[in-house]
Design a binder for this molecule. Sequence first.
Ligand code: AMP
Ligand code: MG
Length: 365
Amino acid sequence: MPATTVLPTDQPPLLHTAVDQAVKLLESGEVVALPTETVYGLAADALNPAAVAKIFEAKERPAFDPLIVHLPDKKHLDTVAEVPPEVQKLVIQLIERFWPGPLTLVLPKKPCVPGLVTAGLPSVAVRVSANPIFKRVAQALGRPLAAPSANRFGSISPTSASAVAAELDGRIPLILDGGACMHGLESTIIKVEAASPKNLITILRPGPITAEDLKVYGKVMRVTRSVVDEAAEAPGQLASHYAPRTPLRLLAKPSDFTPEPGKRYALLSYRGEEKDGFLNLADWLQVMILSPGKGKLPEAAVRFFYALRELDKLGADEIIAEPMHEHGMGAAMMDKLRRAAVKAGQPSSLPESRSATGTVAPPSE
Ligand code: AMP
Ligand code: MG
């Protein structure tokens, strides 16, 4: 495949041309990288198995990992998913509140959805993106788009067009450059069940829509299995996801770390405060601070994957990560850090979070 084209979208005529080209490619069964409000997605016509196969090929993604289907708008839900009558009211409430936006629902699939999209599962994961560029492309195409993160399998999700190019240059025909992603973390994935007295909302993957946001609508649970224990329910939640190439260790407290002589370490710091006790632990090759000062989780989320990418470029022996609050968007970042640590064979010195609110909340607010 020739070099990948990157088209800007920051002027109305440029946006028009870029959307046009993206739609033409998607109509012809090609893949295109598009910005979403979470991370950049690698999109293809979700109802065309040959097009979907190109996503797996470009990403080198194993076929057992199902894809999220992005709808042009809420009205398309019925085309790909069944909404069981017992949860209909809840589903309507959730999509009225959170769509378009970073909430993905797992529902029984309609027969038109290829097995390749759902990895053979009887369910399909669906959402509607709020990104204006993604929306324009999806609406002009008028069909659902399968769009996993636009990175090679197992590596860090891209939150800018240049990060997509670093992952997939020469493997895909086109990237639309929509600037930095608003949230910076992948969508929250939930499944819903009717229960009394409250309906049950299970968070399969934590993300920008938090347990706190969802608890208004039912009893919120987090999957309680270990990150090293793969569940059939969310086969894509592999421990190896989201990992930099450099080994990463997630610490509970500064005293859990003693630098080894001759080794080079980099620090992923939550708020860069000396009083947290991590900054002076080693002669760091580089320190990336996610949200300087007070530490704000949504701000940290926007910088999270970028910071991991930057630290991964250093060739350090190890990346050391400070813990974050386990509530709000901190739950998603801590989940990703735990997975990265597991991949490196460096399980964190923190216990696993086993509830919606989490059990660990360092540092003090
Ligand atoms: P992404 O790579 O952001 O498109 O997210 C795909 C992830 O969504 C997968 O790795 C799974 O964890 C989850 N997912 C997709 N489809 C399903 C499904 N039918 N049931 C449960 N989880 C799903
Ligand atoms: Mg991904």
